[in-house]
Design a protein around this ligand. Structure first.
Ligand SMILES: [Fe+2]
Length: 300
């Protein structure tokens, strides 16, 4: 059957009723989006002749996999698509330059210790891991040092696990997570136990989907950042180690040109020099974080 079936009067009437378009009250924007979303799904069902069995199989997948949706979104490229879309809108508005943004991922935890100066991110021994030394500057569009910046940094341990999300529960709260308050010179430096890349949880909903698509679920080793500073747009980004086997094949599409420094490895240490550049904020509302719901924990 042809997708024009969705355009029949009976189906269009059903859509109006389902999205509340034919009644007063409710949120107009939500009604419009809901109507389009349901209609898109209907078109999909007809286009691919999706059976009742397949429909309920997919519904069940979403029910069971709901707690992994934060990982499925980057896995299917939608979180990266949001970055591309925001970039394109910025370019249209003449807002270009600065360190590229890239996906936040689902594993930030608010409330990490706020420290100053050369910071040690790692609270746990992680004895076999090399030490990563990372340093650089945070400047604005004209190369001016950004004053009063706070650099949020978080990464996995050498087994690829994040504190607060580690199924072994062996990590100290906020291990490999800090907020670093920078001085007037915009310089930062920290050291930590080198993170490893990781894969999505075996047999979890993301893993099941990746296997069914014939894809892998691996990320290269990486370090996440938010950088916030008065007068500048908050930057959400991450660096991925350029010498990681998955550097150019990240299942979450978090790697981007300009964010792939290669660590200088020597013995049990690795060094990365990396400078960040922020865009100036147009106003207060332009400075903040996205409204994404994030995990929070009390400072240790
Ligand atoms: Fe990550």
């Amino acid at each position: 059957m042809d997708t024009s079936f969705v355009k029949t009067a009976e189906v269009q009437h059903l859509l109006d009723r389902a999205a509340g378009v034919d009644v007063a009250g409710g949120n107009q924007r939500l009604k419009a989006i809901t109507r389009d979303l349901i209609e898109s799904l209907m078109v999909l069902i007809v286009k691919h002749d999706i059976s009742e069995d397949e429909f309920w199989q997919a519904t069940n997948y979403l029910i069971k996999g709901a707690d992994e949706l934060g990982l499925i979104m980057p896995g299917i490229g939608l979180e990266h698509f949001l970055d591309l879309y925001m970039d394109a809108k910025d370019a249209e508005a003449g807002l270009t330059g600065g360190t590229p943004r890239t996906i936040e991922g689902p594993l930030y935890v608010a409330g990490a210790p706020l420290v100053e100066g050369e910071a040690n991110l790692t609270s746990d021994p992680d004895e076999d891991a090399p030490t990563l030394y990372m340093h650089g500057t945070v400047t604005g569009p004209d190369g001016e040092p950004v004053k009063d910046a706070i650099l949020h940094v978080w990464h996995a341990d050498s087994k690829g696990w994040y504190s607060h999300f580690d199924p072994t529960r062996e990590q100290t709260p906020f291990n490999n997570r800090r907020r670093i308050k920078l001085g007037a010179d915009g310089r930062y430096s920290f050291h930590s136990k080198m993170p490893s890349g990781y894969s999505c949880p075996p047999e979890g909903a993301t893993d099941v989907l990746m296997k069914a698509l014939g894809r892998h679920g691996n990320r290269p080793a990486h370090v996440h950042f938010f950088i916030e500073a008065p007068g500048y747009r908050t930057l959400t980004t991450q660096i991925n180690f350029g010498d990681d086997p998955f550097a150019k094949d990240d299942f979450a599409f978090g790697t981007r040109e300009g964010l792939l420094p290669v660590p200088t490895r020597q013995g049990d240490r690795a060094d990365i020099a990396f400078d960040f550049q922020l865009q100036r904020a147009a106003g207060k509302s332009d400075e903040g974080f996205s409204a994404r719901v994030r995990t929070e924990a009390a400072a240790a």
